[in-house]
Design a protein around this ligand. Sequence first.
Ligand code: GDP
Length: 527
Amino acid sequence: MSLTAEISKRKTFGIISHPDAGKTTLTEKLLLFGGAIKTAGAVKSNKIDRHATSDFMEIEKQRGISVATSVMGFDYKDRRINLLDTPGHQDFAEDTYRTLTAVDSVVLVVDCVKGVEIQTEKLMEVCRMRKTPVMVFINKLDREGQDPYDLLDEIEAKLDIKVRPLSWPISMGKTFKGVYSLYEKKLKLFKASKQQLDKENDISIEDINDPVLDELIGERYAETLREDVELVDGGYPEFDIETYRSGEVAPVFFGSAVNNFGVQELLDCFIDIAPGPAPRYTEERQILPEESKFSGFVFKIHANMDPKHRNRIAFVRVCAGQFSRGSTYYHSRLDKKFRYSNATAFMAQSKEVIDEAYPGDIVGLYDTGNLKIGDTLSEGEKGMYKGIPSFSPEIFREVVNMDAMKTKQLEKGLTQLMDEGVAQLFTYEMGARKVVGTVGALQFEVIQHRLLHEYGATCRFMPMNLFKACWFSSTDKKKLDEFIDSKYRHIAKDKDGKLVFMAESKAWLQMVQDNFPEIEFHFTSEF
Ligand code: GDP
């Protein structure tokens, strides 16, 4: 098959949701449709419970599970679908953000009872930043949820995106009858079933005024549905694939993942409309997937489960050309060539050695420490892919070495864990104090545990009163130097050696911003 044919077969996406909305359940049903798994219950949630935070065995187990389910490839109707898993737990939000850089679109799951939850808002911000096309699946219609119009309004308001329903629910909860697909003009009657995979309940209803509708769902529900369809078609602009693909409008489907209801409709529409591998940008130029030379970037690093062999798996998103196992590729940051003979593909629930991969695919490369998040591999072209920003962490703690004999191990451990993207390390210019910043408290436990078990280093984390780490810039070199001089004690370096201003409080940051109007402050590392 030609490169263009391979590219046009591929759809790479991620499912995002607030924990418990049904991401795992939906993933599993999609895999069932793809024939990638045979029975329900095969997909393990990578969820980490709040109360399991101190249970390190649990964390270890989770790490194992999450590598297995990180990328699930499956074939469906002549398409190769790559589904990238994202951790729902908010402490791992950074991991999710990075995964989103490797997808071409997103399916967002919303619980119809709970509506838009806080984690969803944060994740959607990232999608909006990158203009990632989003499809919405409103889940758990078998429960008494919120009114569908209210849900749609809430999504528009809280997630700052326009919606366009492509299906409409007929009642919900105990009286849930099914959905009418506006996309396919079909009625799908609901039958609670956890395994059902056929389309026996599909009834094509081209004309919503067809009296058959009354027979099927009863006059009362049929009338309401007719009114709703009229309202929806009248109230929302006609669905337009371009506005979806540019990230402006999110098509919405209703269903119940656990009952496998509405899932196939979502999938069928997805393979119709979801974008294939998109062009990506390096510091120098735009790179098209069709280009003959391979290039890709690392968006995730997973430490191996065996602490004695510190090899890791780097997840590489193929952006252009063909990746071939055993080839030698150019590592842009290190300006060196490496041979990767041990590449794996990720098919659902299994890792298999692959010989080649195409744009949209994710390959796993075994690595002993040369690769870190954001690294670019190519056939020789210099320049790194853009788009994996670091965000200002929320919690900061100073690292205190507790075992002077193991200083080297601590340094090494910290560097490697930061390369994996577990947290961010900031080193103060003054005194070389090391500060670890994370999105959630859980990471500190993970880091401490892993430093001890994988590197034999012991450390303590001292709470620090910091509000944000801000990257900064200015077009005025003189003012920039002045600023650095005057705030020397509060300036640290991030992992790439970029300077950051460590702001102690919101009020203080505001004051500094007012005092240095020529300096721009940024909350992400890419600006
Ligand atoms: P995740 O945290 O987003 O991965 O959510 P899960 O897929 O683990 O689902 C959370 C809970 O919601 C589980 O107990 C599921 O069985 C349940 N669930 C998922 N889909 C549905 C649904 O359509 N209806 C109902 N009533 N429960 C569901």
